[in-house]
Design a protein around this ligand. Sequence first.
Ligand code: COA
Length: 397
Amino acid sequence: MAGVALRCSAVWRRVTLTSSVRSNIPSLKFHTTASPMMGVTVEQFEQAKSKLSTLKDDPGNEVKLKIYALFKQATQGPCNAPKPGMLDFVNKAKWDAWKSLGSISQDEARQKYCDLIGSLVEEETGSSAQVSAQPAGSGATYETLLVTKEDDITTIKLNRPAKKNAITTEMYNEIIAALEQAATDDSVITVVTGAGDFYCSGNDLTNFTKIPENGVEEMARRGADLLRKYVNAYIDFPKPLVAVVNGPAVGVSVTVLGLFDLVYATERATFHTPFSQLGQSAEGCSSYTFPKLMGAAKASEMLLFNKKLTAVQACELGLVTEVFPDSSFQSEVWTRLKAYAKLPRNSLALSKQLIRSVEKERLHAVNDAEVERLMERWMSDECFNAVMSFFQAKAKL
Ligand code: COA
């Protein structure tokens, strides 16, 4: 695989050299006035070429080969060059890309070339504007999170330490937004962690006490829509996602761990899913991921009978990747993550997507089924009474 990556980057080096051959321009025979029927002008094509050289981000080998092929088709017409030998990887890849355009006209190729460069430029200026709106360390755009980007790592830190990072409705929405932003920013790895001594105490139980005017059913429906969207954001996340579990974790913060690529935990962390205690049922795709990770019997102990696991037990069962001493947790984990973030970004993302694609559809189906069941649970007396007991117990303290 490493060999393929090296060969691909060699392709791009050559592509940039040949596709920016400015000396080709005087001999180009195409329209010099803008007309929707007649394709782009020489000036527009020239502009697109210069814009290409201003791109800061590597658009990936697939796109680069497409740019090369469109340039060749636009300037020379359909590929009639002899096919390079099998072992001439660089020229074979370029030839294949050009040949794949078949007999599309030079006009059409020029249009597509300009459109492609235009969209790359727009993507880059759009995403850099987003990043600068949220400078590393400020967390300015979120109320309940601290979102930072440093060393090619976007970190989403749950930031309600006084409430043990319990997830309110607002926080669910903000996490979804932060994941969406991280999915398209230029970071290589995304990390979720918690502020303070807890990782997260799960769903904020006050969410159940905010009953809208049209009743409990409406509350349950809104909760279900939000949870479905929240879990989907993890299922569909396109880059490596790492949980840095800095302390105890409860409920939905535990169940979605089965959707992360790495889970690093301090030895102080515990993992608890007290669903039946609360009259609820499993979510976060845990009804599928937990039995798959740890076997049905151990999963049932957690998901049905509320067994709280230590970090070491969670690691032995495959829910956690590695456990670290609390005193060195942050330094060891971040040293490692910074090194991982230097690995080739496309290779990491594509491998993650390959792994996920095998069961993405199933995960969405599991999410839908779990959410459906929970909606019923949230309207049940069992759940209502359990939530009331939690707050009554608090009130008595
Ligand atoms: N929902 C709402 N509030 C929560 C919460 C949650 N999930 N988790 C913690 N809090 C609040 C507490 O009510 C408390 O608020 P207060 O200071 O206004 O009284 C504050 O966070 C600190 O929690 P506290 O219970 O005092 O800390 P602790 O260390 O004794 O216990 C927990 C921490 C997480 C074990 C305990 O708060 C708890 O069991 N919370 C409920 C967890 C839960 O059931 N989550 C849903 C799973 S489906």
